[in-house]
Design a protein around this ligand. Structure first.
Ligand code: MRU
Length: 360
């Protein structure tokens, strides 16, 4: 997508130097646009753990390129894969990308060549799948628009499931960008998404760059807006969705889904197939939920006199808990928007769309 009218992906091979992978350091957005060079698998481990890159699709693509740099630097690829997998536990894309690389190099003579090819394929596929999610999801938005007198569709989204969370286009934002591109009137309610404020910092910045009308709201505002008919549809992303339709996403997603159900607001989840977990049946019991440091809850980051600073929000000595994700059960979800089309959030419907996973 565009940054100051120039097209960027979120991760790419440096022009003229295949030993360097470049990323956008998302910790500095929206205040500064910084491109970072990564040269080793350990650079990637740090970048994923400390969230220079984040979002399910992008950390999958990052793991793919991390494995390539491990091959380039002659590292033990199994160990590199373990290190990458241990960085963040909830998004299944990470392990999926590492396993795809390990499979690709089985019997390969030139591991560097194969891992580079595979990393590029993972990234291209991610962008392509997100584009298709956009095409399928835009039809849902268009249908709602046709039913409204003024044609304006109010969409609520949580966290950042935009192009910054993927390689391009995003999952939850792809239908929004596609609908906006077709001239359908859209307005996005952007949940700020404490504690790291990926909504306020990243989704709002993305939408601003693409010229999509939006309003940032506090995390607790969604229910009120839904009660007053100000939300026509919720679209969120996911870090892991079970083959039975339970959805893990950024903490607070479950509460939005409950409010949507209570107010008859359709609640959709957009995802590429790399975010499905084909093994786990019960999402609430089995999806590992990342717990992060309490400083993310007790402090907030912002711009003070042109410098990025952290400020303390709470008593320094109060303990805080930081559960990064929650699981929305399938019964609260109206549908899943995938690269292959829209399906219901249940085992039968998901496996009909992905029959190759019917037997494990
Ligand atoms: O902790 P983050 O910023 O990696 O979490 C991102 C989200 O929760 C997104 O909504 C999610 O990854 C789904 S879309 C990729």
């Amino acid at each position: 997508m565009n940054v100051n009218k120039k097209h960027y992906r979120t991760i790419w091979v440096k022009e003229g130097n295949e030993k360097i992978i470049q990323i956008i350091d998302q910790r500095s957005l929206p205040y500064k646009f910084i491109i970072e060079d990564l040269k080793s698998v350990d650079d990637f481990v740090r970048a994923i753990k400390e969230m220079h890159v984040r979002g399910a699709g992008l950390i999958g693509a990052a793991a793919g390129f991390g494995m390539y740099l491990a091959a380039l630097n002659n590292d033990d690829l199994n160990k590199a894969g373990e290190k990458l997998k241990a960085t963040r536990p909830t998004a299944v894309n990470l392990a999926w990308a590492v396993d795809r690389q390990l499979k690709a190099i089985e019997n390969a003579e030139d591991k560097v060549k194969i891992t580079l090819e595979t990393a590029k394929n993972i990234a291209d596929e991610d962008a392509d799948f997100c584009k298709k999610i956009g095409e399928h999801g835009a039809k849902i938005i268009e249908k709602i628009s046709k039913k409204k007198n003024n044609g304006l569709v109010n969409i609520l989204t949580h966290c950042n499931a935009g192009w910054l969370a993927f390689v391009d286009y995003g999952s939850a934002t792809a239908p929004i960008y596609a609908a906006h591109g077709k001239g359908i009137k859209v307005h996005v309610w952007v949940d700020e998404t404490r504690p790291r404020n990926q909504g306020a910092r990243l989704t709002a910045w993305e939408l601003l760059q693409q010229g999509v009308p939006h309003t940032i709201i506090s995390d607790n505002a969604g229910g009120h807006l839904m009660q007053h008919g100000l939300v026509d549809i919720c679209i969120v992303g996911t870090d892991r969705t079970t083959y039975t339709g339970d959805v893990a996403n950024k903490i607070g997603t479950y509460l939005k889904a409950l409010a949507a159900k209570d107010n008859n607001v359709p609640f959709y989840v957009a995802l590429p197939s790399s975010s499905f977990d084909w093994k786990i049946k019960n999402g609430i019991k089995k999806i590992p939920i990342e717990q992060r440091g309490d400083e993310e809850v007790k402090y907030a980051q912002g711009l003070v006199n042109s410098q990025i600073k952290k400020v303390l929000l709470a008593p320094k000595d109060s303990p805080a808990a930081n559960f990064a994700f929650d699981v929305t059960p399938r019964r609260l979800i109206s549908g899943l928007i995938t690269e292959r089309g829209v399906c219901k959030a249940n085992e039968e419907s998901i496996l009909n769309l992905y029959p190759e996973h019917k037997y494990g």
